[in-house]
Ligand binder design. Sequence first.
Ligand code: ATP
Length: 485
Amino acid sequence: MQKSDFIIEVNHVSKQFEDGKFALDDVSLQIKKGEFVTILGPSGCGKTTLLRCIAGFQVATEGDILLNGEDVTQMPPHLRDVNTVFQKYALFPHLNVFDNVAFGLKLKKIDKKVIEKKVKQALKTVGMTDYEYRDVDSLSGGQQQRVAIARAIINEPEVLLLDEPLAALDLKMRKDMQMELREMHKKLGITFIYVTHDQEEALTLSDRVVVMREGKIQQIGTPTDVYNEPQNCFVADFIGESNILDATMVKDGVVNFCEKDFECVDKGFGEDQEVDVVIRPEDIYIGRLGDEAKGKEAKGKESPWQLHGEVQSCIFKGVHYEMTVLTDNGYELMIQDYHVFEPGTKVGLLVKPEDIQVMKKERLCNTFDGEVLEDNRVRFLDEEWDIPERVAERFAVGEEVEVEVDFNRVNLQDDEEDGILCGEVYFILYKGDHYHLTVRTDDGDDIYVDTNDVWDDGDRVGIRVAPSYIRLYKKSQESGTKNQD
Ligand code: ATP
């Protein structure tokens, strides 16, 4: 039988808990021997569950997990050649460092001399030589975590799983340990799978990063891939600072945003297609506007800048300054530069074609399954909504329809009672001149909203849509031949 090229294969794994919630939803991932792979995502996205399924502490509801080509989906943790380091060091407080590290080997009744040699070697690897006889509770957090890692690597597992192992450490200690973990990974030559919600940590440590959201993988790539070429707005927003803007792909190599055409390197999106663009703040060139831009001297000379605007705010960030600039046509952009531009300064902005990342939009409007009811009403999202009579009369009562509502036609109310539906704001994306919100209804459905109003994550809202903004389409029609009735 041919041995697998991958040490770990996760194939279409889903994990549903008793309460019906999916912590993992059709996750597939292949990891090569010796790789350092980081699973990154916000709290609750399923990182730990994925790690626990690989370790065997949890069993996938669907799909399978292969270790070195062997199906281990149902295999108990102690039979898998993997070891886990947890966020809380889980050391035995009544044992000293040596006995903590030697614990597993002693259980296996391994020769004393061999144990001593292995413990010394493991402590050397984690930089804790000479600490053998210290009480573990006399050690700092960082030192305790090193002991926990020594205990995990002493069995020489093929795979080391690390679940936010540095989360309890202070910033300085965390940075030091990050470097040491990279060194350890090189020295040991084994596969590391590392869970974190800290994007900087993920980019610093990994060969590849797996970005997760709500139980689903959003993107897998090298740190530079996920930073420079995010595949969707979530990844762009979650990893680093970014300007994310609505745009139109005019044709191959030309994209329009902030009401201007820009040269870009992207192709294959079609013509006049709605897209999103991402521009990192450090990729926007900024300069003080000279007289030429005010049109005093160089009449007829073209401005070298693509956009003009005024600095609104400027914060010193240690190495660079972070500024917000309001463009003359009303878009707010974040810019990072080594030079300071005080608020009120008139500036010009420039973006190079290769620094514009074009992304396909995940959706162009809200779409729901609906059913036409009596009395000029339609049911969708389990509620009844009024529609204009002229729309209703094009459909039979009881007819199933596709419902569309534009993002900017959803009306959010402070008072939940004023909504047809209630929900909670749970994801906010600033798009330069408006906010794009995801509002999750109490039944767990998502409604996307474009608004100029400022809402916070977790705000409770009422949701309304005016009848004339609800579009209905016959179910059987193919998209593209849609005909609004
Ligand atoms: P964090 O960074 O906060 O640790 P995470 O990304 O590791 O989060 P998980 O711990 O994998 O997330 O949890 C994913 C989802 O599954 C969460 O909504 C969590 O509440 C839920 N969950 C986890 N374990 C259980 C369980 N035993 N029973 C029910 N739900 C669970």
